[in-house]
Design a protein. Sequence first.
Length: 408
Amino acid sequence: MTKRVLLIIAGGIAAYKSLDVIRRLREREIGVRCILTNAGSQFVTPLSVASLSGDKVFTELFSLTDEAEMGHIKLSRDADLVVVAPATADLLGKMANGLADDLATTALLATDKPVLIAPAMNPEMWAHPATKRNVEQLMRDGIHVVGPNEGEMACGEIGLGRMAEPDEIVQAICRHLQSSLGPLAGKRAIVTSGPTIEAIDPVRFLSNHSSGKQGHAVAEALHKAGVDVTLVSGPVREPAPNVDKVVEISSAVEMLQACEQALPVDIVVCVAAVADWRPADQQAQKLKKQAGEEPPSIRFVENPDILKTLAGLDSARPQLVIGFAAETENIEQNAERKLQTKGCDWVVANNVSAEQNTFGGVHNEVMLFRRGNRVEAWPKLTKQAVADQLVRRIAEHFDQRRDTDTAP
């Protein structure tokens, strides 16, 4: 089946590059339908866009003819991917705040398809705090970004803000379209990542050294395999990966709530290092040290067990629930115990003792434990390679299930 892209061309001198994007997509036999904003039509004409795309160009929200032939709802959902190139500062601001005052923004708000943006603007505009906030919000909403690049602008300034080149944009488009045909296409997943933090008072908290590198890598690898991924992440410095949705949380309670709200899914991978306990009473004011006084005593209560909770669901239980076990000793015994007591299907165990440099490092050495005494010891790999290997095992698992279900 031919893949289709809805290309939204906003106002900016970089709009001329969009014509080359259309041409290159058509060369790859990818269908292109275009929305041209009023500002965009100041730089490229509807006739040139229509000639290259081989399809009608849509420009007006309140057009009786267009609504009769192709309503904005159908227009927003009749493609496999929505691309905004160029994505101006104005359009990014509207997208981030859910505004819908023309055909382009209305289609973007109404779409249920992945969205890829190619920002293009003056370097000072790209660096402005408002633009940064808008882009960060869009990434949290699951919007994918290609570029911008550094170079000379039409205004003569040099800096970061130049729209990605047509070939870069087309490559990004093709990657997203291919992911929809991945080995796990149609599946939905939750991945937890990073640490949780448990507040003692408004200043202090309890946490751990998890960087989120492994969890983020798993989320991105699943997305590349065609999975609709919701990443639930504690506070990390890692950039958000290319996934469908990122939910940022702080505490274990918030992480469980975010996971429950993302259900139902087919796959859960609990990579996050979740605090086992939290202070029973969070102080409203900072605990002050008084000369001669003993340190304060903190009473703890147990946090919800996210892995066990999700593995123990009845009707909404995911088909495959995977936990990670970060251990410093007796790795195999502790992993086997976790597999049995948590009710999950697989456990990925790794050694996080100080000499291994696992927390915050780029490498990991893991063992995969599956029910039925099936254990695999993997060599030391980059965390991305560990994620890719795990996703291959997940794909094999669902292939075997499919073969079993279809056997006569």
